[in-house]
Write a protein that binds this ligand. Structure first.
Ligand code: 3PG
Length: 387
């Protein structure tokens, strides 16, 4: 039987770049080379705790996620490799493929329903709040019924989580505001520039340096996004800035996460649940201040008149799918490296861009599509340069 090398968490080192936006095909587990991963910071970084004692809530596979998500915790562990049979590798590939397909599908569905809701009921602050509330309720129910073991947290945990939750809240609401103003495809084209934000923040704020190919890969990302923005038929500055702010906020969220998760012992699923709950608490007063019950009531009447009760189902669907796609993305990360995850995340954006253009009949000029393609290709080059 042909053996395959299976990586363990400790074999990858982390730095401050964004893992959520690189692209490639569904990865080969055996192709992951620990020594190549010198920097990363995808969303899941803030999901799982590392370095601390394992708790009963953590399954064995969770340890890989922990490893992947714990920046400095990698230093505390010893690198090692274990031999797994080729049949196990094939099963693992199949499992990851299913995770990726599910993640992308759930995200496409979320984006479709989110846009349908925003078209009928254009109150992004409320819909963002409802997404977080739905996820929070789902997890509180899971804890109460012991479907999922509740995490054991202390005040220090919540203190450290706070800046992560602030960044998560800003990134989430900014993306939703963006999608309320522009086409879903345009928001995701701009969001494909997330690696550029990651590198720039890491370079100019954290003082981290990267190889020249990494900087060069930013040129097509920035140029492609710029071309797409300049030629967008329904360009809107609020929509553009919302996506840009979302990119920046998610970069900071990842940085805070990496700093905050060291030594904690909360699983990725529960960490995200806590993040949702804290973000909900943070966002609710701002949503009331920015929009408020009077606007919501008037908007709701209008939506019911124009669309009918279906809008209620759409709100439910976008809220549930928002939580589900995030959960599955973490399950994916549980099985793969952050780099591979970020590659998958960019592939996800292609799925969202294409499907939303088809479903919403978004007008796209060839030069606009060219800009998007260049930006996505730049993200792919970035992922290669980071290896
Ligand atoms: C959000 O509402 O948080 C954004 O739509 C997230 O999008 P992403 O997961 O594709 O970055």
């Amino acid at each position: 039987m042909i053996p395959a090398v299976k990586l363990t968490p400790a074999s990858v080192a982390f730095s401050g770049t964004n893992l959520r936006s690189k692209s490639a095909l569904v990865p080969s587990v055996s192709s992951l080379k620990p020594s190549k991963f010198t920097a990363c910071s995808l969303r899941p970084l803030y999901l799982a705790p590392l370095g601390g004692p394992r708790t009963a809530e953590l399954k064995p596979r969770r340890q890989l996620l922990d490893f992947q998500c714990a920046a400095s915790a990698a230093d505390d562990k010893e690198s090692k490799a274990e031999v797994v049979p080729a049949s196990s590798e094939a099963a693992q590939k199949l499992k990851i493929s299913i995770y990726f397909a599910t993640w992308w599908a759930l995200n496409v569905i979320f984006n479709i329903y989110n846009k349908k809701v925003l078209n009928a009921f254009p109150y992004p602050w409320l819909t963002s709040t409802l997404s977080l509330a739905c996820g929070s309720l789902m997890m509180l129910f899971s804890w109460a019924t012991r479907l999922v073991e509740a995490p054991k947290t202390d005040l220090d945990f919540w203190k450290v989580l706070f800046p992560v939750a602030v960044a998560h809240t800003i990134g989430h609401v900014a993306a939703t505001v963006s999608m309320s103003k522009v086409a879903v495809s345009f928001t995701h084209i701009i969001k494909s520039a997330e690696p550029a934000f990651s590198v720039l923040v890491s370079r100019f704020i954290l003082g981290e340096s990267f190889p020249m190919p990494v900087y060069l890969s930013l040129l097509p990302i920035i140029g492609g996004c710029g071309l797409a923005a300049a030629t967008e038929l329904n360009f809107n500055m609020v929509g553009f800035m919302g996506a840009m702010i979302s990119n920046l906020a998610f970069v900071f969220r990842n940085i805070f996460s990496k700093r905050g998760m060291k030594g904690k012992s909360v699983s990725g699923m529960n960490y995200y649940a806590c993040l949702s709950i804290m973000s909900l608490v943070i966002l609710t007063p701002f949503a009331i201040a920015m929009e408020g019950p009077q606007m919501w009531a008037a908007g709701w009447q209008k939506a019911l008149t124009e669309v009918g009760p279906n809008v209620l189902w759409w709100i439910g669907a976008q809220s549930v799918f928002y939580h589900l796609y995030n959960q599955v993305s973490y399950m994916s990360l549980d099985e793969i490296s952050p780099l591979t995850f970020s590659i998958g995340n960019t592939m996800k954006r292609i799925s969202v861009i294409v499907s939303s253009i088809i479903i919403f009949h978004t007008p796209v000029r060839p030069v606009n599509a060219l800009g998007a393609a260049i930006a996505i290709f730049g993200t792919f080059l970035y992922s290669q340069a980071k290896q």
